[in-house]
Structures are given as C-alpha cells and as structure tokens.
Design a protein around this ligand. Structure first.
Ligand code: GLY
Length: 627
C-alpha cells in the first residue's frame, strides 16, 4: 500500500486556512476580516485582530458567539523606520486569532495553541520557547504541568513585555508568548528573546481580563476573555524556512516585480537596495488595502498615512533607479496575490490604480522642485535645518518630515523637530479656524459611554423643533449628571430635530431650550446613530432626564441644504463640460460655502469654469423641485 504523506501547511494560504479550520473544529465561529478603518475613534487603523471585538470585550456589545476566530488585516505604522531594515517589521500584516468571550480561559487557550503548533504546523517542541508574565504563576504551571515544557524554556518577563493592551486605555491583560528558536543547540543560558536572528515571537496568547481607564487604573472586565494573535507572515517565515518574512510567498512576488522594474537583483543587492526592495514589498500591500478600504491620500489622519507610504515608495523606487511611474505595477501583483482571500481588492482595483496614479504624479511633480531646494540646503553646508524650512518642504513641496529626515540623515544634517512641530500646530490652528469641519476625536470616557445609549430618534426631516429627554451630558468628554451656565457640554437626547454632520454636510446649529436652561448648539455629530450636540450653556442648568425642546436654526439649515444641492449640480455640470469620467472624491458643505473634490483626466480651463458657472446658475433659475 502506498504511504500517504501528510501535506503540512506551508504556503501563506495554507497556514491561514489551517488556523481557521483548527479553531472552527473547536466550535469557533469564523469571522471575516473587518475593514482597516476601525469602528473605534481611539485608533486610526485596525492594529490587531482583537480590535473589531473590543466592544464585546468591554461588555458593550453582544457577542457573535462564545468563541470566534479570524484572519484580520492590520496596519501598524509606529515602527515604520524599521520596515525593510529588520527581518520582520511590517506596516501591513495579517493576524490570525482565536477569541473567547467569557468562555474558555488560560488552560484551553494554552493547550490548543500547543496542539495547533505541534500537530497542525508540525513544529518540533525543541524549537519552542515560552514567555509568561512574571506575576502569572498559573500560566507557568499550565505550561509546565499540562504541556510538559522544561522550566528553563519558560521565560518570566515583566509588564513591558508580557502585559498586552491595544492602547493606553481599554481591555488588556497578562499574556504568554510562543517563540521559535532557530538555534536550540545553543542552549538556554543567557538567552535574549529580542535577538531577532535566533528567536521569532509568533503567537501571543492574551488573557484579557481587565479594562484600563484613562487614569491608568485596572478594573475587572465582566468576563475573563482570550485574545490571541499569530502573525501570518512570521509563521510563513518559519514554515517556509526563509531568512525573513519578506522572502515568503506572501510578499516576495511583489519584491520580484520591483526587482524586475529596477533591474536590481534582490539576492545580490547591497543592504540599502535590499531595504528599498523590502519597503516596496511591504508598502504595496498596505496601500492597496488602505485604498480598497476607502482611504484617500491627504495631509490628515489615515489619508496622511497613505500619502506617506506612497511617497516613501516613490522615493525608494528612485533610490533603486526606477525612472517612471511604477507603483500600479506592484499593486497589480499585490492584488493578484491576495484577491482570493480579500475579494474587495479585485472589486476596487480600478479605484486603487487611479488613486495611485493621481498621487504618484502629484508627488513626482513636487518632488522635483523639493529636491532642488534640499540640494541647495545640503550644498550650503549647514548642520541643522530649521523647523520652518522642514515645514516648507512638507507643506509646499510635499516632502513628508520623515522623508526629509531620512535624506538629511544620510548627510548628517539634523532637523529642528520641535520647530517643525510648532509650525505644524499653527497650521492646524489656522485650518481649524478656517473651516467648520468637526473634530471627530472623542476622548476620555465618551467613546465608551456613547455605546451605552439607545439610538437617537431623528425627526429633523419632518420637524425643525421637537421635544427630547436629556440622556447624557459630557464635560471634557467625561460623563456628568448635571451642568450649568457657562459650561461647554456635549449632550445626548433620546430624540432630536438637529441634523448631525455626515457625508461632508455640516450639522445643524440652533438651541436646546427649556424653562430653566438654554444651550447654544454649535455642532452636532453622530456616532453609531447616537447624536452628540456640542454647545455652551447660556442660561440656567441642565440635568439628566430633563425634558427640553430642540430648535434648529432654519436659515442655516436652508443654506446648508442649498449648498448640498449645489454640489450635485456642480457634479453634473462638470461631467457635461469637462469629462464624463469626472468622479467625486469628497465634498464639504457648510452654511456659507461648499467644496467639491473631483478626479479629472485634464485640468479645467478658465472657459470651462465659466461654462460650468453658467450651467449651474441656469439650473438654479429653472427652480426644479428636489427629490
Ligand atoms: N492582541 C494580541 C496581539 O496583538 O498580540
């Protein structure tokens, strides 16, 4: 009889599938990856597999089942300088995870992790080293007694290494990590788990049992939970026996394409060329997913992260000697590699290519001018450039600060970072004063508490004035029972006639009023259908459960609606006058103005602008009814 040789998981796809299958058999519900844009205002991007489950851990949301497993796309940019330099720092990565919501805890999590890595991935136990939180004797005991790990292979570490949280506040707990040891024959004396050449941490088991509040205090979560993270790229490195994550089948095809375009062979490249190729491999994966999930390059927040990644790619392409635009060609390889797991990449591919193309062209144009200025600075022989100069390079010539630093670093020239920060802050202030956009960064406990409210009943399409009950009051984002004259507050009501800012249209302004109080409402935003009214108490005081009337300023509402309608007219006119392919990239609707961002293959001429104006004015005068 022919012997059947088990096919052990090896490719990235096989590793991912084996993980999800293993936990599915252990009654875990397989949950598809969430977007990189989290439903959580405290973080810009999804940075861990647990993020989509954060409100479940906090007990704020119902659980999909007692157990879940997922392969989650993640982006971390805090270590971007290390990407391409170390063996396994990435911006984009996939995190495999198994989760228990108040169901199993330490013992099962450890036993199953062990079964998975030894029976499914077939790692040899001699290659595995464990770390535990030094105060967590229970986990140490399970590893020793239930799994039989030799005590010298269990390393006890402190809070810095083995206490995991997704941010300064939120769910957290002690953790235990599995490391792969490439050289077990070297023995366990004086080992350093941070030695990247010898060890790779590949599976983190978090015993998530606390919530940390903004003062740093820990309270017990309602349940004891499990949150784990296994880096797919790391497991691929181990099973494919590669020197680093970049050489695995998850990334290397992109590097090969970059190699082909630049004619720089990866294996014979010098170390800085190698780093550039790895950066291209890494960043390609990040940008295609960011754009696919809806991020557009800009100078703020996620848009800035995308812009920075794209610009780093262009610069490293240049360092490798690539002359023309090239990023779309790498993106194509990235999409092909990942489209089976993430079909949205294929569906959004046209948008991905067009966003890359626009941003690449824009940057190439400014880069040329900026490089001239930088060369002048270098030639002048200075040892430090001022914050103002660095800011000019950033603001006028599109040079991200990191890029300026990177280039000047090579010439031993320093940048006045504090000065840069000052310039940046004053620009932010100017931008704030100049536009009426809403600050969506909700701090303190408001972000947690807002989830506790019922959805606000919005009646503002039919009524400008209505009655509502005060359900929540926040001062400086902290929940309070009452507030009085002069205080700046955010108020949640069970019902409102105030339209909340959304889709680029400004929210209503007006007053919330009762016999003994009046709040001047300056802006309204909504978070998961809960409306937050921002305002100042002009008179009297308010308290929870007080009945109030909401009165929208009608003249402002009409202006906002007119400007909103005008964006539609403008878009139609642009299509007729400029090009049918004009597409909207964003818009801002305020009371006194509107802004409409669009893509167009050609610049818009003076004459075309006049034609557009005429057309829009004609349509306005025709006085159509609106539906
Ligand atoms: N949430 C576990 C980890 O990211 O390591």
């Amino acid at each position: 009889m022919a012997t059947v040789i088990d096919k052990y998981p090896k490719s990235g796809d096989e590793i991912r599938k084996a993980f999800l299958d293993f936990y599915e058999k252990k009654a875990h519900k397989v949950i598809p990856s969430s977007s990189l844009i989290p439903d959580d205002p405290t973080v810009l991007l999804t940075i861990a597999g647990m993020l989509p489950f954060k409100s479940i851990f906090l007990g704020l949301k119902d659980k999909p089942s007692n157990r879940a497993t997922s392969s989650q796309k993640c982006i971390r940019t805090n270590d971007i300088e290390n990407v391409g330099v170390t063996a396994r720092h990435h911006t984009f990565f996939e995190m495999l995870g198994n989760f228990s919501f108040g169901d199993y805890f330490k013992r099962d999590a450890i036993e199953w992790a062990w079964q998975l890595v030894t029976n499914v991935y077939h790692l040899d136990r001699k290659n595995i080293v464990i770390s535990v939180f030094d105060k967590d004797t229970e986990s140490k005991k399970i590893w020793e007694e239930n799994i039989g790990i030799e005590p010298d292979k269990i390393i006890q570490l402190g809070e810095k290494d083995n206490f995991w949280s997704s941010g300064p506040t939120g769910p957290c707990g002690p953790c235990s990590e599995l490391y792969y040891d490439f050289y077990p024959e070297r023995g366990m004396n004086n080992i350093d788990l941070d030695d990247d050449d010898r060890f790779i941490e590949f599976y983190n088991l978090v015993f998530m049992q606390y919530n940390r509040d903004s003062s740093g205090a820990l309270t017990d979560l309602k349940y004891k939970n499990i949150d784990t993270g296994m880096g797919l790229e790391r497991m691929a490195q181990i099973l494919q026996k590669k020197k680093n994550n970049y050489e695995t089948d998850l990334i290397f095809p992109i590097i090969e394409k970059a190699s082909q375009l630049s004619k720089v062979d990866y294996f014979s490249a010098n170390s800085s060329q190698k780093a550039s190729l790895k950066i291209l491999g890494d960043h390609t994966r990040a940008i295609i997913h960011l754009i696919s999930d809806g991020v557009i390059a800009s100078n703020l927040g996620r848009g800035y992260i995308l812009r920075r990644l794209l610009r780093r790619m262009i610069r490293h392409g240049k360092l490798l000697g690539i002359k023309d635009k090239f990023i779309s060609q790498l993106a194509l390889v990235g999409i092909q590699l990942m489209k089976n797991t993430y079909p949205e990449l294929q569906n959004n591919s046209q948008r991905i290519f067009s966003e890359i193309d626009i941003e690449e062209q824009r940057f190439l144009n400014t880069l040329e001018r900026g490089e001239k200025l930088l060369n002048e600075i270098i030639a002048s022989g200075v040892k430090l450039i001022s914050g103002t100069q660095a800011f000019e390079l950033y603001d006028t010539y599109g040079f991200p600060l990191e890029l300026t630093k990177e280039i000047l670093d090579e010439k031993n020239i320093e940048v006045d970072l504090k000065g840069f920060e000052r310039e940046m802050n004053s620009q932010r202030e100017r931008a704030k004063a100049a536009s009426q956009t809403v600050d969506l960064t909700l701090e303190g406990s408001i972000e947690r508490d807002i989830e506790l409210f019922e959805k606000t009943n919005f009646v503002g399409y039919e009524l400008l004035n209505t009655e509502g009950n005060i359900k929540g009051i926040f001062i400086n984002s902290n929940s309070v029972e009452n507030a009085s004259q002069g205080e700046t507050v955010q108020v949640v009501l069970n019902q409102t006639s105030f339209y909340a800012e959304s889709g680029g249209q400004i929210g209503d302004v007006g007053v919330i009023i009762s016999d003994n109080a009046e709040i001047l409402v300056e802006k309204v935003i909504k978070k998961k259908d809960v409306f937050l009214h921002y305002g100042i108490i002009q008179r009297g005081s308010i308290k929870i459960n007080q009945l109030v009337e909401t009165r929208v300023d009608k003249s402002k509402r009409v202006k906002a609606e007119s400007n909103h309608t005008a964006t539609h007219l403008l878009q139609s006119a642009l299509k007729l006058v400029v090009d049918e392919s004009v597409s909207q990239r964003g818009s801002m609707v305020a009371f006194n103005k509107l802004r409409f961002d669009f893509n167009s293959p050609n610049p818009v001429s003076e004459n075309q602008i006049l034609d557009i104006e005429k057309l829009v004015n004609k349509w306005i005068l025709e006085n159509h009814s609106i539906s």
